[in-house]
Design a binder for this molecule. Structure first.
Ligand code: C5P
Length: 403
């Protein structure tokens, strides 16, 4: 019999960020989680098994050929014991071996043998992280349903600055704990729009905006995690499709309008996270516009349809969640938009001073008719989970009041 505690297997691989995993083990145990640590041989060059044994209160396994360890809890047993497996820090080598299904050490064998959700937290030099080989392996893992946590941007142990830092231990802990949350959107259909829209001027130029699509993609992933059937209408972005999410790619606001209306017909919830262009060029030139020396070029712009507004105008429509990116008087504008557009909720973010757009972190202030909630600065993936929990709560509340 297993104890009633949550059971997490932590796989540590060889990288300097291994020292942060000592803290992760501590923080997990603070939450009453039973932790078992498996290390690769490389990891033992950075932190000793004795350290993890003391912190986890359990024997630490390194080798597949450790007779005493196998006798106590064999590798298959260990794989079954785990309710979650996290590989952190995940080196480029371990990521490659996991992506290709290797089973040449204890950790890779346990990852193949487990039915538990797997989390991988990469940590490596920014140049290595950016390498197409690493990116392709990460994409393979993602497609298979592995949750990739991070990496974060910033200073690196090697002196570089860039993407490849391990997420902080408390962020890793929160992501693991959030994955145990109830499936608050089970049985619902959710449509999410994300990213910018591009309005073509001619075959090579367009009017666009700085939305990266990260927030909307994170919302789609979080809604799927919460049990919803999710359709993501994506503007032009270069982001991988979250696991289990149905994706429709569009380019212009009018294409997004059409896709959202047709996908929302029997949706329960619509989250408009896309930064829809308000205007488009009156006409799109079929050939590249030529420069007229010494002449200004005047563009006539036509108004785009208001997508979320069109949904709100329909007699029966999904529960509507809008976003408001503002640079000033955030609360006032957001509340006014909630009422004017006839939305059920609005998530406001302050995009002044470079916040919000193109960032991995964000903060939101969420408003509904008779309440509000502040979701402080955190990674967009975690922020999306908290937003989805809030949306699920208000959606159920609205349904109850209508029935
Ligand atoms: O007015 P603003 O663009 O700030 O409104 C933001 C909200 O309205 C977002 O949820 C966005 O997706 C939605 N919107 C829309 N169609 C537009 C403009 C904005 O659905 N044409």
């Amino acid at each position: 019999m297993h104890s009633a505690k949550r059971r997490i297997l932590v796989g540590v691989t060889g990288g300097i960020a291994a020292y942060k995993i000592c803290e992760l083990v501590r923080r997990l145990r603070d939450r009453d989680v039973e932790v078992r640590v498996v290390m690769t041989e490389g990891a033992t060059h950075f932190v000793t098994p004795t350290t993890f044994q003391a912190l986890s209160g359990q024997p630490v396994r390194v080798s597949l050929w450790d007779e005493a360890g196998e006798a106590a809890m064999g590798h298959i047993e260990l794989a079954r014991w785990a309710e979650r497996v996290i590989v952190a820090p995940a080196s480029a080598d371990t990521i490659a071996r996991l992506a290709h299904g290797f089973a040449n050490d204890l950790l890779s064998t346990v990852v193949l043998a487990t039915a538990a959700p797997v989390f991988v937290a990469p940590a490596m030099n920014q140049q290595m992280w950016a390498h197409p080989a690493v990116q392709a392996n990460v994409a393979t893992l993602r497609q298979r349903g592995v949750t990739i946590l991070g990496p974060a941007d910033g200073d690196q142990a090697c002196g570089d600055i860039g993407s490849g830092r391990l997420l902080e231990p408390n962020e890793l802990r929160d992501a693991l704990m959030a994955s145990f949350n109830n499936r608050t959107l089970a049985g619902t259909r959710v449509v999410v729009s994300a990213g910018p829209t591009y309005e073509d001027l001619d075959p090579v130029r367009f009017i666009g905006n700085r939305s990266s699509g990260r927030m909307g993609f994170a919302v789609a992933a979080a809604a799927r995690e919460a049990g919803a059937d999710v359709t993501l209408i994506a503007g032009p972005v270069s982001l991988p499709t979250p696991y289990g999410v149905h994706r429709v790619d569009v380019r212009s606001a009018r294409q997004m309008h059409e896709a959202v209306l047709s996908q929302s017909q029997n949706a329960d919830i619509y989250v408009g996270a896309a930064a829809v262009g308000d205007y488009r060029p009156d006409s799109t030139a079929s050939e590249k516009l030529k420069k007229q020396e010494g002449q200004p070029l005047r563009l006539e712009l036509a108004e785009n349809p208001d997508i979320i507004g069109s949904l709100a105008a329909m007699p029966t429509h999904p529960f509507l969640v809008g976003f408001a990116a503002e640079t000033q008087s955030v609360a006032d504008y957001a509340q006014a938009k909630l009422q004017r557009k006839g939305l059920d909720m609005i998530a406001a973010n302050d995009v002044s001073a470079g916040r919000g757009f193109e960032q991995t972190n964000n903060a939101l202030h969420v408003y509904w008719a008779d309440g509000d909630a502040v979701l402080p600065d955190m990674p967009k993936t975690e922020l999306a989970r908290q937003l989805v929990t809030l949306v699920a709560e208000r959606y159920r509340h609205a349904r109850k009041s209508n029935s």
